[in-house]
Design a protein around this ligand. Structure first.
Ligand SMILES: [Zn+2]
Length: 75
C-alpha cells in the first residue's frame, strides 16, 4: 500500500557569511513508530492496562530532523 507522505527538500548552498557549520531543523514530522499517538495501552490482565510511552518520540507524537552541515576546505 502506498501512503501519502510529506517530504522536505533541502538545497545546500555555501553561506555568504563566515561560518564553519550551520544547523537546520525540520520539525513537525509525525512519529512513524507510534503513528503520532505518543503512547499506547496494552492489556496485561483482566481490566488491567499498561501504558507505554513511545521510545522514539518520547510521547511528543512528533519528531524532528536536526541536520548539521560542516563547511570545510576541499583539500
Ligand atoms: Zn512516537
Amino acid at each position: 500500500m502506498i501512503m501519502s507522505r510529506k517530504s522536505t527538500i533541502i538545497t545546500v548552498e555555501p553561506p555568504s557569511y563566515t561560518t564553519s557549520a550551520e544547523k537546520l531543523e525540520i520539525t513537525g514530522v509525525e512519529c512513524p513508530y507510534c503513528l503520532g499517538r505518543g503512547v499506547w495501552h496494552e492489556q496485561v490482565g483482566y481490566n488491567q492496562y499498561a501504558d507505554y510511552t513511545c521510545g522514539v518520540c518520547k510521547g511528543h507524537k512528533k519528531i524532528k530532523a536536526v541536520i548539521t552541515i560542516d563547511w570545510v576546505p576541499d583539500e
